[in-house]
Design a protein around this ligand. Structure first.
Ligand code: SF4
Length: 669
């Protein structure tokens, strides 16, 4: 008997139209947990570094986390893993909603797609019955519309649908996979789905999931729920409102956007508007939100209502949450009504809400600078809002200049040349980042930005406050009930952290302390991504209900393999190292590990080198960021070491090229 997990994967060869239900090895679950962990193992075993994103040999894996579908509140994440066309490194995007629990109830932990379908298809999974069905009538349809049409066609209103829009069909490098109440957006995973000829994966399941020790598990779940109620009733004082409570940042409820609009950058992450937020703007934006927000909604088995249905006048209803509320508004120097309106079209087309607005603003900057000319934009409207709709349409259909822009700012700048690269200034590892530019280097964030292999800073940070509190009294009050820390020393680090003087950034926390803090933050995210837990209840907020002390108990009583904090930490380190090994094998080296040059105004090159050196050593990586033999053997990753030796990875260091993408190699896209 398998507990918490189904014990079976669905393997679908799209080229041959073959479908297999394959039993999984329970030992892998103990070593790599599930979700991202076992996805990384499969990618290592089956996708060698020569395989490009749009090769039929690339895999696209949809995984439900180890504890998805159990009564654990908020455990509903689908982890989609593939090789990214944007970075040619490993992409692992997460989505909430209802899809992953439904897959578990159908009797599977993962759907693994390989090959390419000759025609556009969708996959219909209803318990043991799995079909590849024609989707030619859905070509060109929006992602949300597709879900509706399929549910009607199948007469299955409760089926969960993960679908791509036109952007995915046209292999836009920042195409997302949309799922009604969530989306997996980063890394262009929707482009890989489109390249494989799959419009949607539809699931309906009616089976049970078994727990090893149900009474103990339910007791733990009850304790989590009690703590959620406590935290919701007692926001943390002294931190910004979106960090004071739990859940993904509560952007659908928060009306006061002074902090975002005055601290984040507008346009293509270029311009800060320090006095933007006035009473008039606040009143107007509140009215817009009140008019368009039709309902607050949650993901499966969660009371947090982080998302909302948005119904812009004259347009279909769609789901929104988080910072995508502002990305289009700020990129176009417009207002909230425009942002909520164009986000409807962008969701239907299926594009990443971080990358798409920056790419569009980038195009307009190039036009303004004379690097692109009016001839590149035939029929472009005069107004900013109209221009954004024009650009969105051209990008998702790869029309005209949109064909180049669809590769993202990094590759588009290379293709355009003539100084365009200067304008692609907000990338890490070739991918657009949060439009944020700051003054003084923050050593903790430096390490997270530089070394993170998830594709967004918000997917790495959390647990430790972003900045010191003003007074020692405030800090003492904060640490009093901070039981989530893995070690008491973190309380002291925070207590001694001052806004000015010797114990302030960039030299405090010290490099060693920074390493420990970053490692703790990253570890919790990686555990969430293997268990399928929403980061909004675990790794992202301060003082969350899930932490390193109760996770081992949940895994032991839920999945039935015994874990304590030491073995869980080691398992997380194992698959985190495997993710790094995958990217190392694909050419990633120290030279790739740097935040955007203009992310901070005040930089400290020597300190930054010391931080990176100290962190690499702390993680058991060599000076190029490659896991050492000792590290790999200690984690039971001997097979990685042997492969590295065979490929000469240790001797092929600083000059190793990162993989080229189709955009760079000039291959047809
Ligand atoms: S906390 Fe928010 S984003 Fe997370 S599962 Fe709950 S509703 Fe979804």
């Amino acid at each position: 008997m398998r507990y918490a997990e189904a014990g079976y994967n669905l393997e679908i060869d799209l080229t041959r139209g073959n479908i297999e239900r394959v039993a999984t090895n329970p030992e892998d679950s103990q070593l790599y947990l599930g979700g991202l962990g076992t996805n990384a193992k499969i990618m290592w075993d089956r996708v060698p570094p020569e395989v490009e994103a749009f090769s039929p040999d690339n895999l696209l894996i949809f995984a439900a986390g180890l504890l998805c579908g159990t009564p654990a509140t908020g455990c509903n994440r689908t982890i989609v893993t593939t090789i990214s066309p944007m970075t040619e490194l490993l992409a692992f995007s997460m989505m909430g909603g209802f899809w992953a629990p439904e897959l578990k109830y159908a009797g599977y932990d993962k759907v693994i797609l390989r090959g390419k379908s000759p025609d556009l298809v969708y996959i219909w999974i209803k318990d043991d019955k799995v079909e590849i069905r024609d989707a030619s009538h859905l070509r060109g349809k929006g992602a949300v519309e597709t879900a509706k049409l399929i549910c009607e066609e199948l007469k299955e209103p409760k089926a969960q649908v993960a679908a791509i829009g036109t952007a995915g069909e046209n292999r836009v490098y920042f195409a997302s996979i949309e799922q009604g109440r969530s989306s997996a957006s980063r890394g262009g995973i929707g482009a890989v789905m489109g390249d494989k000829g799959v419009k949607a994966i539809v699931v309906r399941g009616t089976k049970d999931i078994h727990l090893a020790r149900p009474a103990e598990y339910m007791q733990l779940c009850d304790e989590v729920m009690e703590y959620i109620k406590f935290r919701n009733a007692n926001p943390i004082p002294g931190v910004m409102p979106i960090l004071a409570i739990l859940g993904s940042p509560q952007e659908m409820k928060v009306h006061d956007e002074k902090w975002h609009t005055e601290n984040f950058m507008w346009g293509n992450s270029r311009e800060r508007r320090k006095d933007f937020w006035s009473k008039e703007v606040a009143d107007e934006w509140k009215q817009t939100m009140d008019q368009m927000r039709t309902r607050l909604i949650s993901c499966y088995n969660c009371p947090m209502t982080c998302g909302a249905t948005i119904s812009p006048p004259g347009k279909p209803t769609y789901m929104m949450k988080c910072f995508s509320k502002l990305t289009y508004t700020m990129a176009a120097f417009s207002d909230l009504a425009f942002g909520l309106g164009i986000a409807q079209a962008a969701t239907e087309h299926g594009v990443d809400g971080f990358s798409a607005p920056q790419v569009m603003a980038f195009a307009l900057e190039l036009l303004e600078a004379g690097i692109l000319t009016k001839d590149d934009f035939p029929g472009l409207p005069e107004d900013s809002e109209g221009r954004f709709y024009w650009l969105l349409d051209h990008i998702v259909h790869r029309k005209g200049i949109g064909d180049i822009l669809a590769n993202g700012t990094y590759w588009a700048a290379k293709q355009i040349g003539n100084g365009a690269e200067k304008y692609a200034h907000n990338n890490i590892k070739k991918q657009e980042q949060l439009p944020l530019k700051l003054s003084m280097l923050n050593p903790i964030y430096f390490l997270m930005y530089a070394t993170g292999e998830k594709m967004n800073i918000t997917q790495i940070e959390g647990q430790f406050p972003q900045a010191p509190f003003t007074t020692r009294e405030e800090r003492e009050a904060f640490v009093k009930d901070w039981f989530q820390v893995p070690d008491e020393k973190f309380k002291q680090y925070f207590l001694d952290w001052e806004q000015r003087g010797d114990n302030s950034i960039p030299y405090y926390p010290t490099p060693t302390m920074c390493c420990e803090i970053v490692d703790w933050q990253e570890r919790m995210h990686y555990i969430d991504d293997a268990l399928g837990m929403c980061a909004g209840l675990s790794s992202f907020p301060l003082k969350p209900p899930y932490h390193i002390h109760n996770y081992p108990k949940l895994i032991s009583s839920g999945a039935g393999f015994e874990m304590d904090e030491v073995t869980l930490t080691k398992a997380a380190k194992r698959y985190r190292t495997l993710v790094r090994a995958l990217n190392t094998r694909r050419g990633m080296r120290r030279k790739d590990e740097k935040p955007p040059a203009n992310h901070w105004k005040k930089r400290f090159p020597e300190l930054e080198q010391e931080l990176l050196d100290t962190y690499y050593a702390f993680k058991g990586w060599n000076e190029q960021g490659i896991p050492t033999e000792e590290t790999l053997r200690d984690l039971g990753l001997d097979y990685v070491y042997e492969e590295f030796e065979k490929r000469g990875v240790y001797s092929n260091n600083g000059d190793a090229p990162s993989q080229t993408t189709p955009a760079e190699s000039g291959k047809e896209v």
